[in-house]
Design a protein around this ligand. Structure first.
Ligand code: DGJ
Length: 733
């Protein structure tokens, strides 16, 4: 007998299917089909392209529901599990049965909650799905509740598990290190276990990333082929595991990294695991990226619907040598080039201990009046005079043993009892224990003080330059020391949530020694991220390419810096540096007083043009065309606005030899029936390109592309190696 209970909660209808047999979860282009017999096991039936009603019916009849949706340990011990626990009586097994399905429709999504109850123990797991009606993303997570009288130990507690049918499946993932973040790695999935993980404690995207794509049709192509993409929305240690066993399936598990994080779930407590955002696209890797970007901008990224300002950041210009006169001069320069914001980086603070090198003062967030006699007031007044906004750098989760903060609160830092501190940057950096409510209040208070005193502050660069190197919390009980990493990130999120609730319009950048915090866990609280400390434009093509797999251009801070580059020491033409920076959130990161008038003029023109193309780059759809990782000697991508009326095409050489033969790049994403006028942006050639101002149909451009000259047409002494082009396409009616 099928019992349906309908509860009316305002406009929301909640439906309980006591005898639900199938659960159909849909987005505009995808279907996730589960078998959920009351009292039976919850099983996967299908995930992929949207199913028609006829197919749903047949799939249910034909497909053998083989894989549990949330495999639990104990009664089929030989398989990998999403959940493994030790009950209060020592029993290590779970027998989870479907107890109910609830569906809640909201304006933009449907939330489906399938409750699994253990057959014997008062222990439940809600498997949750948030399926969007506007974009092909389903967020999946679990909520684990201990109804037993005593604590249950959680040894494994994945957010989600997804079986992927074996065949010719390839994995695309990102890995790297400081200054070489988000390298794209593409590999076939072979038998055995592939583990992608992070254990930094603070930053989680500088080594490997918590996002992957599975190409179901061999090595991923950019604009064709079936892709399943997954992004774990979490800021802390994570683990993605793909187990290819003797079955027909790759078993994909994603969640918090349980290593040294065994969790004691109190009686009555619920653990809510971080969501795994999953997408499916039959338009290749770029299609999956577009889904992530659209979802991110609309539902996850702070202020994803607003355009970002063009800024100058002081770091590579002056490093820690902050001087008032130079700050004023930098403001003058960026304002004169058309920039909209100046950000003062590290080095502005510390009273008893001035921050002259990186070995002191974190936590002492008072202006160093020796460097800035007129304080933040002076900087704000100067910015106002120049007609730009002002932003400032902080590293609020950290301290140094050489600081007034540490002297006052040595117990606030993460440290193991009876052990000497293992110290980070500068030989003195320590991490504050964010699991501690007092530390959380301290950080929120910092923002409150700043924004109350200086409400005109427009931007904060939030940095984090240390791993957790000592395992130990003064706040957690001895029994719960294994909660350290989880508590840190709960605390971090708490702090971010409080700050964001109070200051929704403040622009906040997630920086963590470069690209250490590029994840969808932090982005609801941050407007953007710093993709890497490496600003070398050529290497940035690779870094930004990988990053763009999961993160939109609007959030990807991308700065024009000096040459030779401070990290790679490579000399790259200014035009190329500009053309790369313009493919993300454009900014500058250099001392403009070292630039020639001609260079400033090129930047001024680029900034003016960026203002025109900004909505397309920051809110448009990405179509990656030629990957730098394919070693064709060039890379190319484009952004197209939603109405397909405007597009920006980027083309960068990635190597330079005499007598090269590059492929001609066909465009994508345009409307075949529309006509577009082509205009080159940032032109430095003596003569316009042959197609300048000409009109082509979308059909022609997508079939043939344009013949891009390989080198700049310049006087002999001005010639350079790396050439690049930016083309702006506008519909002609
Ligand atoms: C690391 C960041 O990535 C840099 O941009 C800069 O802010 C430094 N920290 C400052 O210490």
């Amino acid at each position: 007998m099928r019992k349906i209970v309908i509860l009316l909660m305002g406009a929301v209808v909640t439906t309980m299917f006591a005898m639900a047999r199938k659960v159909e979860i849909t987005t505009p282009g995808t279907t996730l089909l589960l078998s959920a017999p009351e009292g039976g096991s919850l099983k996967y039936l299908y995930y992929g392209e949207k199913l028609k009603a006829t197919d749903v019916k047949s799939v249910i009849e034909v497909e053998k529901a083989k894989n549990d949706v949330y495999p639990a340990y104990g009664l089929s011990c030989q398989r990998e599990a999403a959940l493994a626990v030790k009950h209060s009586d020592g029993n290590m097994t779970l027998d989870l049965r479907v107890a109910g399905v609830a569906e809640k429709k909201e304006t933009d999504y449907t939330l489906t909650r399938i409750t699994l109850k253990d057959k014997e123990y008062p222990f439940t797991v809600d498997v949750c799905y948030k399926a969007y009606s506007t974009v092909d993303i389903i967020e999946m997570w679990s909520e684990i509740t201990n109804g037993e009288k005593k604590a249950v130990v959680l040894n494994q507690f994945a957010s989600a598990y997804l079986p992927i049918r074996r065949g010719n499946v390839w994995l695309s993932s990102l890995y790297g290190k400081w200054a070489n973040e988000a390298r794209l790695c593409e590999e076939p999935l072979n038998p055995g276990m592939k583990v992608i993980k992070n254990k930094d404690g603070v930053r989680n995207s500088q080594t490997a990333h918590a996002e992957v794509m599975f190409s179901l049709d061999g090595k991923a192509r950019e604009n064709t082929g079936r892709i399943i993409g997954a992004a774990l929305c979490y800021s802390g240690n994570y683990r993605l595991t793909i187990d290819t066993d003797e079955s027909d399936w790759h078993h994909f598990f994603a969640g918090i990294n349980e290593d040294n994080s065994t969790y004691n779930l109190r009686s009555g407590e619920t653990m809510v695991t971080p969501p795994l955002a999953v997408t499916y696209s039959n338009e290749g890797a770029s299609g999956a990226s577009r889904n992530f970007h659209k979802w991110g901008r609309k539902y996850r990224l702070a202020n994803g619907d607003k355009l970002r300002k063009i800024l100058l950041n002081s770091w590579e210009g002056v490093y820690l040598n902050i001087k008032e006169s130079e700050m004023y001069q930098m403001m003058e320069d960026i304002a004169s080039m058309g920039g909209e914001l100046f950000v003062m980086d590290d080095g502005w603070f510390g009273d008893k201990y001035p921050r002259n090198v990186d070995n002191s003062s974190l936590g002492d967030w008072v202006v160093d009046k020796r460097k800035l006699p007129h304080g933040i007031e002076g900087l704000l007044a100067e910015a106002k005079k120049k007609g730009i906004k002002f932003g400032i750098w902080y590293e609020p989760e950290m301290s140094n043993t050489v600081s007034e903060l540490y002297e006052a609160h040595p117990d606030w830092v993460i440290k193991a009892p009876k052990r000497d501190l293992v110290l980070g940057r500068g030989g003195t950096q320590v991490v504050l224990d964010l699991g501690t409510p007092k530390v959380q209040d301290f950080i929120v208070g910092l923002f409150d003080d700043l924004m109350t005193k200086y409400p005109e502050i427009d931007y904060v660069k939030w940095d984090a330059n240390s791993s957790i190197m000592n395992h130990g919390s003064n706040y957690l009980t001895a029994d719960n020391q294994s909660h350290l990493y989880i508590a840190y990130h709960q605390g971090f999120e708490n702090v971010c949530r409080r700050i964001r609730a109070k200051y929704p319009d403040l622009t906040i950048q997630a920086c963590a020694s470069g690209g250490g915090r590029v994840n969808w866990g932090v982005l609801p609280y941050f407007d953007e991220f710093w993709a890497s400390d490496n600003t070398d434009a050529l290497q940035r093509v690779y870094i930004q390419w990988g990053t763009s797999y999961f993160f939109p251009a609007i959030a990807m801070a991308s700065h024009i810096s000096a040459t030779p580059n401070h990290t790679t020491h490579r000399s790259v033409p200014l035009k190329y540096r500009i053309d790369v920076a313009m493919s993300g959130r454009l900014g500058m990161e250099m001392q403009p007083k070292d630039m020639t008038d001609e260079e400033k003029d090129l930047c001024r023109r680029a900034i003016a043009d960026y203002k025109e193309i900004r909505p397309v780059v920051q809110h448009g759809d990405i179509y990656r065309l030629v990957s730098p990782y394919d070693n064709k000697g060039l890379a190319s991508l484009m952004y197209v606005d939603e109405m397909k009326q405007k597009a920006v095409f980027f083309w960068w050489k990635t190597e330079h030899f005499y007598d090269q033969h590059f492929p001609r790049v066909a465009m994508a994403g345009l409307d075949a029936t529309k006509s577009y006028r082509v205009r080159e942006i940032n032109r430095i050639d003596k003569k316009p390109l042959a197609f300048e101002g000409k009109v082509f149909t979308g059909e022609y451009l997508m079939a043939n592309g344009l013949e891009i000259p390989y080198n700049f047409d310049l006087d002999w002494h001005k010639r350079t190696d790396l050439c690049s082009r930016v083309l702006y396409l506008e519909e002609v009616k």
